[in-house]
Write a protein that binds this ligand. Structure first.
Ligand code: FAD
Length: 622
């Protein structure tokens, strides 16, 4: 074992979305030395990462994807669900679908209500602005994809992540989606960036419009000028195995003194090193691996740690618990002849032609765009209109009981969940329209088996995502070795309310595909559908589709929750791990509850806030 002598003020574990954000912000101060340690490689000049349309090739490839699988899911007929996670600088921001949505006001205000002062919507709003620059759509895109009022492009932020709208929206899907929702009576009510919108809209994407490249955390927060900083060191192909602690005094807090790292050498060998730290260890290994590192370091459920021969330093049963994920159900519909579908990319000649076009035209063509349309929707009844208050009340009373057993007792989580579902202007589901097929083989090897077209026909897919799952799962180590992947068990649909809400939203998909003008893009009854032969015409049939077609939209969160310790918390509202003096977690693991919509913007905003908090702390102690 070798020991490095240089002393860093901060060691950031994991050079992913949150890790690079925090490292970039902290190293703005020349007086502090920051080290980022990332298990994967630096793929920043790799076209598979920078080309938006190439992401499918990364799934299942260990160079880019950790490729977790959940344990067989009891409520999904025993199916295991692929859970890709980015491996390499940028983490998941280098392999994600790039959708850039902001959460609702209610979903962030709930974080504050659960015992985290300073973490409400208004507190986080400046960080959402500070993390991205939104490039307004072109006039042509505005007209085609209905990106006019109530969208407001007068205030677009000036942060490092470049967010843009597609230049390739289609009439058959993007425009038809907007008009279909309007015809069903669910037109967009407000700009989705205001935190209070329902209805259909187009999702912008973290794509830099200059050159149409992926604006990952690496491209945005670790640009050439940041890399040149002499106070910022980046170590890749280096896996942190555990944190080294000392106790201040027998009953006092733990103090992190450094981290033990496996460095991969060029000849394929591995060398173990201990890297000391002066001020703090900042965990940013993501929602599946930050809890793993805490457990490997002696912080977690005492029986679990003891069963793996790990010395128990802090007994905290909350570590790795409260895992939440956005479950998503896919229903694919065959498109009419001549309607463009991304399934055309199954032909290697077409893919080669488009790749060449992208390469020679500064990112032109479909490989440089994301055309996903989306919608936020409250609960709907059988007729497709909003569910009546009485019907909602009955559903909630039947399936949502306070954990204390008594409504009048303090039960914050029960109240918060009800407040997400009861109001007619709070979305409970997010729909997405993907212009291609999604298949669900019984045992997919990776996300690639779901997104690579396997069926001969061309499809479009409507995806239904449950916004506020009541189910909670867990992620825990299976051995004391960091190389053994932790066991991921999201326990999808283990709370009965989740299935009830999701089934009603899946049933509404039949209304969407039967309404004009989207109907005109699809073959309807003469065409194929996936799952074959199953129509969500009743709640019971919708439940059957859910069992067969539920997958993950890849948003695991909450496994080191920011909550009071007695409520299952792992970090306090300054993101410090309970029982330690100088370890924080700053990634998706700390979300106390799953927010509305896709998670990357929230991870960036949370990490921005973490960096600001750490900087403020330095000012005070100077
Ligand atoms: C396929 C996919 C599609 C998605 N699509 C979208 C989308 O369209 N829109 C959206 O908003 N969100 C999307 N998400 C979710 C979003 O990207 C994530 O929520 C977010 O990027 C997570 O950030 P993080 O910092 O928590 O973790 P990560 O970005 O995963 O960072 C964790 C980093 O830690 C490293 N690491 C782990 N263990 C160790 C160790 N022991 N030592 C050193 N390094 C380690 C990892 O290699 C990784 O680089 C998607 C995610 C995936 C996987």
């Amino acid at each position: 074992m070798t020991e490095t002598t240089s002393l860093f003020d901060y060691i950031v574990v994991g050079g992913g979305t949150a890790g690079l954000t925090v490292a970039s912000r902290l190293s703005e101060d020349e007086a502090v030395r920051v080290l980022v340690i990332e298990a994967g490689a630096d793929h920043s000049s790799d076209p598979l990462v920078s080309t938006p349309g190439a992401l499918v090739s990364q799934f299942g490839n260990p160079e880019y994807d950790w490729n977790f699988q959940t344990v067989p899911q009891e409520h999904l007929d025993g199916r295991s669900i692929p859970q890709p996670r980015g491996r390499g600088l940028g983490g998941c921001s280098s392999i994600n679908f790039m959708m850039w949505l902001h959460p609702s006001r209610a979903s962030l205000d709930a974080w504050a209500k659960l015992g985290n002062p300073g973490w409400g919507y208004d507190d986080l709003a400046p960080y959402f602005k500070g993390t991205c620059t939104v490039h307004p759509p072109s006039e042509a895109a505005k007209a085609l994809a209905v990106l006019d009022s109530p969208h407001d492009f007068s205030s677009n932020g000036e942060g490092p992540v470049q967010v843009s709208f597609s230049e390739g929206y289609t009439e058959s899907f993007n425009k038809a989606w907007m008009e279909t929702f309007a015809n069903l009576g669910h037109q967009l009510t407000a700009d989705p960036r205001t935190g209070k919108a329902i209805g259909a809209f187009q999702s912008p994407a973290s794509i830099d419009p200059k050159g149409h490249t992926r604006s990952s955390a690496t491209a945005s927060y670790l640009g050439p000028q940041v890399r040149q900083r002499s106070n910022l060191a980046i170590m890749t192909d280096a896996t942190v195995k555990r944190i080294v602690f000392e106790r201040e005094d027998p009953s006092g807090s733990l103090v992190a003194k450094g981290v033990v790292v496996d460095l991969q050498s060029k000849d394929g060998g591995v060398e173990e090193t201990t890297i000391p730290v002066k001020s703090e260890v900042i965990l940013a290994a993501g929602a599946l691996q930050s809890p793993q590192l805490l457990e490997l370091s002696g912080i977690g459920q005492k029986d679990l740690l003891a069963s793996h021969g790990i010395e128990v330093l802090v007994d905290n049963p909350g570590v790795g618990e409260r895992l939440q994920d956005h479950a998503i159900v896919t229903q694919s519909f065959e498109v009419r002849d001549g309607i463009p579908s991304s399934d055309a990319l199954r032909d290697p000649a077409v893919l080669e032609q488009l790749t060449e076009f992208y390469r020679t035209t500064d990112g032109g063509g479909p490989l440089g765009q994301s055309n996903i349309a989306t919608a936020y929707m409250p609960l709907v009844g059988e007729d497709g209109a909003l569910m009546s208050p009485g019907e909602k009340e009955a559903l909630l009373d039947a399936h949502l009981v306070p954990s204390t057993g008594k409504e009048d007792e303090e039960d914050d989580e029960y109240r918060v969940l009800r407040s997400f579902i009861e109001p007619p202007d709070e979305p409970t589901a997010q729909y997405l329209l993907y212009p291609g097929q999604l298949v669900t083989p019984p045992q997919p090897d990776s996300m690639a088996s779901i997104v690579v077209p396997a069926e001969p026909q061309d499809f479009a897919t409507v995806l239904t995502c449950l916004n506020h799952p009541a189910s909670r799962g867990s992620v825990h180590i299976v051995s004391p070795d960091v190389r053994d992947k932790p066991q991921v068990d999201p326990r999808y649909l283990s709370h009965p309310l989740d299935l009830e809400i999701l089934a009603r939203h899946v049933r509404f998909v039949e209304k969407i595909v039967a309404a004009e003008p989207l109907r005109a893009s699809l073959k309807g009854e003469e065409g194929a559908r996936l799952p074959a032969g199953l129509v969500a015409d009743t709640v019971e049939n919708a439940k059957e589709i859910i069992k067969r077609r539920l997958i993950s939209i890849m948003h695991p969160t909450g496994s080191c929750a920011m909550l009071p310790r007695e409520k299952g918390g792992v970090v306090d509202y300054e993101m410090r791990v309970y029982g330690t003096r100088n370890v924080r977690v700053v990634d998706a693991s700390v979300f106390p509850l799953q927010p509305l919509g896709n998670t990357q913007s929230v991870v960036y905003a949370v990490a921005e806030r973490a960096a600001a908090m750490i900087k403020e702390g330095r000012q005070v102690t100077r």
